[in-house]
Write a protein that binds this ligand. Sequence first.
Ligand code: NAP
Length: 496
Amino acid sequence: MTSLLQRYYNLVGGTKHEAENGAWIESFDPYRGSPWAEIPRCGPADVDKAVTAARKAFEGAAWRGLTASSRGKLLWRLADLIERDAEKLARLEVRDNGKLFAEMHGQLRYIPEWYRYFGGLADKVEGSVIPTDKADIFNYTLREPLGVVAAITPWNSPLLLLTWKLAPALAAGNTVVIKPSEHASVSTLAFVDLFEEAGFPPGVVNTITGFGRDVGDALVAHPLVAKVAFTGGDATGAAVAAKAGEGIKHVSLELGGKSANIVFEDAAIDDAVRGAIAGIFAASGQTCIAGSRLLVQRSIHDEFVAKLVDFARPAKLGDPMEPETNVGPVTTTQQLERVLRYIDIGRQEGAKCMLGGGRPKDGVLGQGWFVEPTIFTGVENEMRIAQEEIFGPVLSVIPFDDDEDAVRKANQVAYGLAAGLWTRSMPRAIRLAARLEAGTVWVNTYRAVSYTSPFGGYKRSGLGRESGKRAIEEYLQTKSVWISCAEGFSNPFVMR
Ligand code: NAP
């Protein structure tokens, strides 16, 4: 039977493809709790086609023969097209993952800057001439692309997180196979249409959709994949890195977090309240950098919690497309169940629920996959709700006594993606920023990122960095070229 849902296709070698077995996956609208589109349910045979197309493009003159400056210009052209289509792409993301249009449109309007930044960097990648200790040798290095990059992305910010991989990978001269999450693939499938229009040769960018278990392993294990750039949960990341290790492939991992947002008694309290809200209720808590552990100095704890609850209580849950909505649904039914399970765990562990704590029942909110913004107090640092990534709108408030206690509690966690500090004391901010085990530390702000600044995790939050000029290094390898200027070749049985 023909489906009534709109179908989106993979891009492989410059042409549109459905899965070889003809299977489809329904993509759900989390606001309405119903399917709205279909994407191909691919298998290992489709993976092989996509990787082979990417490798062919990597070896082909149309891409290999471009100068670095020309690659940069293609990325600039792409940036202009994304700017043109930002609203359309943002609408697709909202439909697929339920995040606020204001958030996704903001991301889409910002994404072009990554392509411009890395496009500009493409022809600034330089090798060096190395003064070796050998007379008569001219030694220099070449910085070369790796080959085919597998870019595996999650559902929460599909195009932004893809861009963090794609822009440096292409600037460096690689080709790419993208595997988006099956929960939110549509924006990626629509986005890759822009590559032909921008003038990229066919096969430079390819997509493969399907369940992680059907296509993920096959992609990571494929012998023609040289690097895996992964964003997702730490358990999947560990499995991906192990599989990539078997094939001696390059790997970078952007994983989960359980970030501490730390409020000192000398903070600008009203700003810190907003910072705490931004840390956990923006995007319904579905961001890797969620400030899901709010450490509050004991002397201001009760006053701060009261202000926080007052600020969060009127937050409007609703249609993510509407500008007045503050909190949208969570993206998947699995995520809904997971978040509700953690709320139960928090209660069982003895934490006190000060706000929310369940699903809203009324009207359309009851149909969609909504969770009320939830605040727990009386949380001990050892509790599961203080240690495990929930990835939903659930905040654990943990009191601390002084700087030492704050640092100890903030660092006592397996993750290390980000941290926030709220204080008017710059000496304290500088001192503590150096002691926090996190890849990003924000002082008196939260959730700020830029194409110019490195982003990535300490500890279980990942390996490697995205954004900032060093990110291009993740997609390059170094060749050392030795040229002898000497006459003749001396004793061949000893090392030179
Ligand atoms: P996930 O379950 O780990 O999935 C991430 C991606 O990996 C998806 O495309 C998934 O495909 C795929 N995958 C699953 N099994 C695989 C396998 N065996 N081999 C290869 N790929 C496989 O994560 P998620 O639930 O989509 O996203 C939420 C997580 O991402 C959270 O932990 C969050 O903190 C993290 N995250 C991190 C960052 C960061 O920059 N550090 C940013 C955003 C999100 P399917 O979905 O089709 O299974």
